[in-house]
Design a protein around this ligand. Structure first.
Ligand code: 5GP
Ligand code: MN
Length: 344
C-alpha cells in the first residue's frame, strides 16, 4: 500500500488535505505534517478545513497554506490530483466540504484511527485503531516513503513538530490511548529534534485567564454528578455568552470530571446556535462513550472519547430542555450497561 501511495505522490503536482469539522490538534497536526512533507518534495499543497481553526491550536498551521473558505476549498478540490483525508472515517465528518470532497476526481487517501472506516469512499485506506492518533499512523506511513526509509531525522522539521503536536493532543499529553508505538514515535521525534517544550508551552501554558475562570465556574456551579456515575455539564448560549470565551476554549473541560472515582462517563454539551448543542463524551474503560454518542446524540467517535449533537427542535423544543435530555439519556444508558469492574 505504501508503494502505491509513494507512486501517487510522485506523480501528483497539486495536493489537498482535508480533516474533520471542528478540527482538533490531531486533525490540524496531521494536516500540517502532510503539508510540510509534500512541500519539501516540491508539491503544491493546500490544507482544507471544514470550518475555522480554533485559535488555541492554530499555531500548528504556522508556515502552511490553508483555507476554511468553502468556495476556495471547492476550487482547490477541483484542481488537485491527490487528496489526503485525515482523522475522519467518512466524508460525512467533513460536513461543509462533504459534497465537494465526494465530487473530487483526485485519488483519495485515508489516514485515520477511528473504528468502522467507510473504505469504499477512498482509493487507499490506511486505518487502524491500535494507534493513538491519525498523526501516529501518518508517521508510520511517512517512515515508509522513499528517502525517509524508517528514519525520522529525514522528515522535515515542520512535519516532526506537527506530528508530535497531533499525537500529544489526542493522547491528552500521554494520559490515554498510548500504545508501544506511540512512545517509540515520541522518542524518535524527540531524537529528530522535535521542540516538545515549545509545543507543551503553546498547548497547555498559553491560555487566557477567562478560560480558567470559566472552568472554575463550570466545576463549581454547572456540574452535576448522578448516582449512576455520569458527570454532566450543559451550557446554554446565555451562560456561554457570560463567559466570553473564544472558539475552542471549552476544549478539555469534559475530561476533568473523570477525576472523580465514581464517575464513569462525562458529558459536556454546549449550545452552538439556535439549531443545536455540540456534545462531547468521555468514559472510563468498560463504559462506551461511542455507543452513547451513536444512540442518543447522532454521533460517534472512539470507545472512550466521542461526540455528537442535540438537535433543536427534533430532540428538544428549546435549549432549556437540554440538561434534562442529557440526564435522561445518560441514566438510561448507564442503567443498561454494566459498571466498570477492573478499576484497580
Ligand atoms: P470531541 O469531544 O473532542 O469533539 O470529539 C471526541 C471524538 O469524537 C473525536 O475523535 C471526534 O472525531 C469524535 N466526534 C466528535 N463529534 C462527532 C460526531 O458528531 N460524529 C462522529 N462520528 N464523531 C464525532
Ligand atoms: Mn484523532
Amino acid at each position: 500500500m505504501t508503494g502505491r501511495l509513494a507512486d501517487w505522490i510522485s506523480s501528483a503536482r497539486t495536493v489537498c488535505t482535508v480533516c474533520h469539522t471542528h478540527p482538533d490538534g490531531d486533525a490540524l497536526g496531521s494536516s500540517a505534517a502532510v503539508y510540510h512533507y509534500l512541500s519539501s518534495l516540491g508539491k503544491d499543497v493546500v490544507i482544507l478545513l471544514p470550518d475555522a481553526e480554533p485559535p488555541s491550536i492554530s499555531f500548528v498551521l504556522d508556515g502552511t497554506e490553508y483555507t476554511s473558505d468553502p468556495a476556495l476549498a471547492a476550487a482547490a478540490l477541483e484542481r488537485c490530483d491527490l487528496l489526503f483525508c485525515l482523522d475522519f472515517n467518512s466524508f460525512g465528518r467533513t460536513e461543509a466540504l462533504e459534497q465537494a470532497c465526494r465530487a473530487c476526481k483526485a485519488r483519495k487517501v485515508l489516514i485515520d484511527h477511528h473504528a468502522d472506516p467507510s473504505c469504499g469512499e477512498f482509493d487507499l485506506c490506511f486505518s487502524r485503531t491500535d494507534v493513538s492518533s491519525a498523526s501516529e499512523l501518518l508517521y508510520e506511513v511517512l517512515l515508509q516513503m522513499p528517502g525517509i526509509d524508517g528514519c525520522a531525522k529525514r522528515l522535515p522539521s515542520g512535519t516532526v513538530n506537527a506530528l508530535l503536536t497531533g499525537m500529544t493532543t489526542d493522547t491528552n499529553n500521554f494520559a490515554n490511548s498510548v500504545w508501544p508505538g506511540t512512545l517509540a514515535m515520541a522518542s524518535d521525534l524527540l531524537g529528530a529534534g522535535a521542540d516538545r517544550d515549545g509545543i507543551l508551552l503553546r498547548l497547555y501554558s498559553s491560555g487566557r485567564e477567562e478560560r480558567l475562570r470559566a472552568m472554575g465556574d463550570v466545576l463549581l456551579n454547572r456540574l452535576d454528578v448522578t448516582p449512576e456515575g455520569a458527570a454532566i455539564v450543559v451550557l446554554t448560549k446565555d451562560i456561554l455568552d457570560g463567559y466570553a470565551l473564544l472558539d475552542g476554549e471549552t476544549e478539555g473541560f469534559v475530561n476533568i470530571p473523570l477525576e472523580i472515582a465514581q464517575v464513569r462517563l462525562s458529558i459536556f454539551a454546549r449550545q452552538e446556535d439556535d439549531s443545536h448543542f455540540r456534545v462531547s463524551l468521555r468514559s472510563k474503560a468498560g463504559t462506551s462513550a461511542r455507543s452513547l454518542a451513536m444512540q442518543a446524540f447522532h454521533g460517534g467517535g472512539h470507545e472512550q472519547a466521542a461526540g455528537g449533537r442535540i438537535l433543536i427542535p427534533s430532540d428538544i423544543q428549546n435549549p432549556s430542555q437540554a440538561r434534562e435530555f442529557v440526564a435522561a439519556a445518560a441514566a438510561r444508558f448507564l442503567q443498561a450497561s454494566s459498571p466498570v469492574t477492573d478499576q484497580k
